[in-house]
Ligand binder design. Structure first.
Ligand SMILES: *Cc1c(COP(=O)(O)O)cnc(C)c1O
Length: 386
């Protein structure tokens, strides 16, 4: 398992609750106040206490940025209105005429942003198999500015060796961006493995309760952070103070939630493996999973996402997804309630016909925090009757 506690002093769980969140100096409030003020009084012209205007900086946002940066073992954190807003900020670092290499089963929205928004603006992209780093190193496109990877990936849960990709990318002067949404900083810290920028959809595990859309960037390098901070303010895709509060509240319980997500996922995997209606089970803990070695090396545990293919093709997959009662049929992931979906027709519909198209018989589970027995029984009946 990867080394998780990089920072001296407080451990992960303690930092999640206290980092950037000291009791309020004027009232003693133990919860960071939701600072709604859009402007801040100055003592003299240009003399202030660090805040001028709430797009540029907001105390509730600062608390969130400080806390999650620390959890990612990064010196800088930047919060955004959504995961894609955070990604858009990162893609502004790519020069027109240059290229982004991205994993060939990246999140559909990421692929859409790179291909349909940044493509027409002159940013080229190539979808590559990042599990084969040697092939990538041997055939490296010279105009590459950035490598964009997810691990585990969505929805196939492939695992990419972050250290190895960073090594190759850095010899060619490219930046390495890791979307850490599925693993969270509790299970994996890409900065410590050589990544330059960590991206989150805070909508998922960081928030953890399906009640806030948010994004986050963690960066260690001062000059990259400065460029991203400039764009965060200049383009203005910042989260509201209330959204920052919700993510910060979610993060306090991240460690205990992730432990239980992983435990429940294992119970579900135990049911699915060898089930007569199930063809393949995709979970990085399984020894026959192609990403098992990389996951075991760089992750603390294997996460709460499980995908599987169903015997009987697309119709059977759709039927199972519609037949559960505890698992809710819905997009998104990473929250307390268990969700089931059909990626081909739902989250990954925009990837149809592209190199990122997903198998039609695939079902994806976001295993939540209900009792494991209820989750297993629900899937059992859905496989039976679906
Ligand atoms: C949801 C998601 C995103 C996009 O984040 P939003 O908050 O929906 O904008 C990016 N990457 C991954 C892996 C995701 O699951």
């Amino acid at each position: 398992m990867g080394e998780q506690e990089q920072q001296a002093g407080w451990s992960f769980e303690t930092r999640a609750i206290h980092e950037g969140q000291p009791p309020d100096p004027t009232t003693g409030a133990v919860v960071v106040p939701i600072s709604l003020s859009t402007t801040f009084a100055q003592e003299a012209v240009g003399e202030h206490r660090g805040y001028e205007y709430s797009r540029s900086g907001n105390p509730t946002r600062t608390a969130l940025e400080t806390c999650v940066a620390s959890l990612e073992s990064a010196r800088h954190g930047l919060a955004f209105a959504s995961g894609l807003a955070a990604e858009d900020n990162v893609l502004r670092l790519v020069r027109p005429g240059r290229r982004v290499l991205l994993g060939n089963d990246a999140y559909g929205g990421t692929f859409r942003l790179i291909s349909k928004v940044w493509g027409p603006l002159g940013v080229a992209h190539t979808a590559v198999d990042l599990t084969d780093v040697d092939a990538l190193a041997a055939d490296w496109p010279d105009d590459t500015d950035m490598v964009w990877l997810e691990t585990p990936t969505n929805p196939l849960l492939s695992c990419i060796d972050i250290e190895r990709v960073a090594e190759v990318a850095h010899t060619h002067g490219a930046l390495v961006v890791v979307d850490n949404t599925f693993a969270t900083p509790y299970l994996q810290q890409p900065i410590t493995l050589g990544a330059d920028i960590v991206v989150h959809s805070a909508t998922k595990y960081l928030g953890g309760h399906s009640d806030v859309v948010g994004g986050f960037l963690a960066v260690d390098d001062d000059s990259i952070a400065e460029r991203l901070r400039f764009t965060q303010n200049a383009a203005g895709a910042v989260p509201s103070p209330f959204d920052c509060y919700l993510v910060l509240r979610g993060v306090k319980t991240l460690a205990v939630r992730m432990d239980r997500h992983c435990q429940n996922a294992r119970a579900v995997v135990d049911l699915l493996v060898g089930h007569p209606k199930v063809d393949r089970v995709l979970y990085p803990q399984l020894p026959d999973h192609p990403g098992h070695a990389a996951a075991a090396r760089q992750m603390r545990d294997f996460g709460g996402m499980v995908s599987f293919t169903v015997r009987g093709g697309e119709a059977a997959a759709r039927a199972v997804a519609a037949a559960t009662e505890v698992f809710t049929l819905a997009e998104s992931l990473g929250a307390v309630e268990s969700l089931i979906e059909h990626p081909g027709a739902m989250t990954h519909a925009s990837a149809a016909g592209s190199p990122l198209e997903v198998p039609a018989d695939l079902v994806r589970l976001s295993v939540g925090l209900e009792h494991a027995d209820d989750l297993v029984a629900d899937l059992e009946q859905a496989l039976e009757h679906g």
